[in-house]
Ligand binder design. Structure first.
Ligand code: LAC
Ligand code: ZN
Length: 370
């Protein structure tokens, strides 16, 4: 079967009318970002692995990243898809019409399906207008509850807010050591950090700082940057968490979402839950506060699957999701029932059977055996 003569990393022309582009599944996010920028647009999703993450992989995993707060995850950017289903059928619907109520939304179904239903070959993406003015603020505060209050104030007061990322002093210590950089604040060492970024067609600094003034008396330290080099330095403290933790040990990685109102108390409680199961374990928390998404990375000699179970059961009790953006794969499928009912799982299996009747696509991922 000749699917198409396009290369898998093909970058189609940016359509100036719709602000959309069709790209091959093998194009990296960074390549599409550069391509969109040449026409005055941006890809709405951004994440630290932009240099190696492919668009097809980002669709299959419904990637999230740092801008979900403003623009939604990958699913919200996909306006058309081409894929080969497990049946061998090629579904291609790349017109990108915003109004198109002609039946089931296969693109949305394939987003986050983890390769279990089809192989994505091309994607039509909606782009957003370029926001060339960016202001990044790193706040040091006493605890996660204050960080969440700051986030809530800024979201209300600054519609240009695009990212709100959370981390803590213990993770920052690992990053500082791993990168060989100096800590962000010379004279104090706050326990909790909130990294905010606002972006717009005009300078959003005043809007961001005015919104922060409402909570100013609860902020211990502030670093503000508008130039690309200094902003990148502030982002490195957050984005280098994964590599710094990997260098310190082999982590059990849990990626969860909590209702935002319960995020701060979860951060306290989950540390106790982890040490209750594995007394010598170290739990590093960081993530996308604006989405209620915390990455719980646990290292230590006594960390076992019991830690995973205890954390994920806590998340389920608190009305959260056991996988925010990293998916289910094989490692989390035994826990899928914590967030999905029997009726939902039965429906998942029927969809899988219809689109991949021989079970040849990523057969061991996502669905627990019934
Ligand atoms: C991050 C990856 C781990 O947020 O999702 O850094
Ligand atoms: Zn993340």
């Amino acid at each position: 079967v000749v699917l198409s003569t396009r290369r898998l990393d093909h970058l189609g022309p940016v359509d100036p009318f719709s602000g959309q582009v069709t790209v091959g599944a093998g194009a990296t996010l960074e390549a599409v970002q550069r391509h969109a920028a040449a026409s005055g647009f941006e890809v709405a999703v951004d994440l630290a692995a932009r240099g190696s993450a492919t668009i097809g992989g980002m669709v299959a995993t419904n990637a999230g990243g740092t801008r979900v707060l403003r623009h939604g995850p990958m699913r919200a950017q996909v306006v058309g898809i081409e894929a080969v289903l497990g049946t061998g059928r090629i579904v291609s619907h790349l017109g990108g019409l915003l109004k198109d109520n002609t039946g089931y939304d296969l693109a949305s179904l394939l987003c986050g399906s983890e390769g279990t239903l089809g192989v994505v070959t091309a994607v039509r993406l909606r782009l957003v207008g370029a926001a060339p003015f960016r202001t990044t603020a790193l706040l040091g505060v006493a605890d996660a509850a204050i960080a969440v209050d700051c986030l809530v104030a800024v979201r209300r007061g600054a519609p240009t807010l695009e990212a709100a990322e959370l981390f803590f002093d213990d993770g920052l210590d690992l990053v500082v050591e791993h990168l060989g950089v100096t800590p962000p604040f010379a004279s104090s060492r706050p326990r909790t950090y909130l990294l905010l970024e606002a972006a717009g067609a005009a300078d959003p600094t005043d809007e961001l700082l005015a919104a922060l003034a409402a909570v100013g008396d609860r902020i211990d330290e502030t670093a503000v940057a508008t130039d690309a080099g200094r902003r990148a330095e502030l982002w490195r403290y957050r984005e280098a968490h994964t590599e710094a933790i990997n260098a310190a040990g082999v982590p059990h990685k849990l990626d969860v979402t909590l209702p935002l109102g319960g995020l701060a108390s979860f951060c306290d409680e989950v540390r106790d839950v982890v040490t209750g199961v594995a007394p010598t374990a170290r739990a590093f928390l960081f993530g996308h506060a604006g989405d209620g998404n915390v990455h719980v990375n646990v290292i230590g000699p006594d960390v076992s699957d019991d830690v995973d179970r205890a954390v994920l059961e806590l998340v389920a009790r608190r009305g959260g999701s056991i996988s925010a953006e990293h998916g289910i794969g094989t490692a989390k499928k035994a826990f899928l029932h914590l967030g999905r009912s029997d009726d939902e799982l039965d429906t998942f299996r029927r969809i899988k059977a219809a689109l991949d009747p021989a079970g040849i696509l990523n057969p061991n991922a996502l669905l627990p055996s019934s």
